[in-house]
Design a protein. Structure first.
Length: 53
């Protein structure tokens, strides 16, 4: 492996690690991540009417 390969691998691992940390943190707070309906789900969990029904 060259130095460039090592730098690329480290950057990719850092990006994946940061994303995993963010998702885990948001899940612990009870928020939906990655769902196109995340805002609606949060509103439904809080007992609010989303207007979709």
């Amino acid at each position: 492996m060259t130095l460039a390969d090592i730098i690329i691998v480290v950057l990719v691992l850092a990006i994946v690690g940061i994303a995993a940390f963010y998702i885990r943190k948001e899940k612990k707070q009870g928020k939906c991540i990655g769902c196109p309906y995340a805002k609606e789900c949060a509103a439904k969990k809080a007992g609010k009417n989303c207007g979709n029904q």
